[in-house]
Design a protein around this ligand. Sequence first.
Ligand code: CA
Length: 226
Amino acid sequence: MPMRILLVEDETKTASFVRKALQTEGFAVDVCGNGQEALAVATATPYDGIVLDIMLPGRDGLSVLRQLRERKNNTPVLLLSARGELNERVEGLDAGAEDYLPKPFELVELVARVRALTRRGSESKSTVLRVADLTLDTVSHEAWRGGRRIELTIREYRLLEFLMRSAGRICGRMAILEKVWEYHFDPGTNLVDVYIKRLRQKIDADSELKLLHTVRGIGYVLKEAP
Ligand code: CA
């Protein structure tokens, strides 16, 4: 079965180039030129990845993305934007996009990003991460502490997944910013600490055994022993 991609792009010339490039690489591609329709199609059909332009008629790409995530649709999304502005990139990643590509882009670059996007999706299949009685299902995104279900936002999920994949190792703030927010710069805020605090409240507050530990001045570590 080929990987199935939904390409949401209203510029027909770009859509046609991208579709051909992806098809050449063995992807099955559906094209949609309207944000509102894209939301309906992506909700009705399971895709392995979505390439989503931001500037669209009907409903803009960021709004499509937010709606998908609100509906618990976790299909990996690569955002395309005419302007490579930093705040748009940050906004997109915060809304739950896996990746971002500013226009104009090289087709080889786009194909490589889509390949990485779909690989990430399939790699995460049937994996349950476990630390003590804390479990995280990387397909359903469900987290449990003992018999208690933990509700997580997309960003909290990503943070917990990173910490669990690195269990026993110290995760520095910069490493967390890069892996969880894809920031390759220090935004100079206490973003990480705020999210750690929220996550700690969710996973540790009701349990005697604390799993999320602060390593002062360095970062955080998820492990059984203090
Ligand atoms: Ca457009």
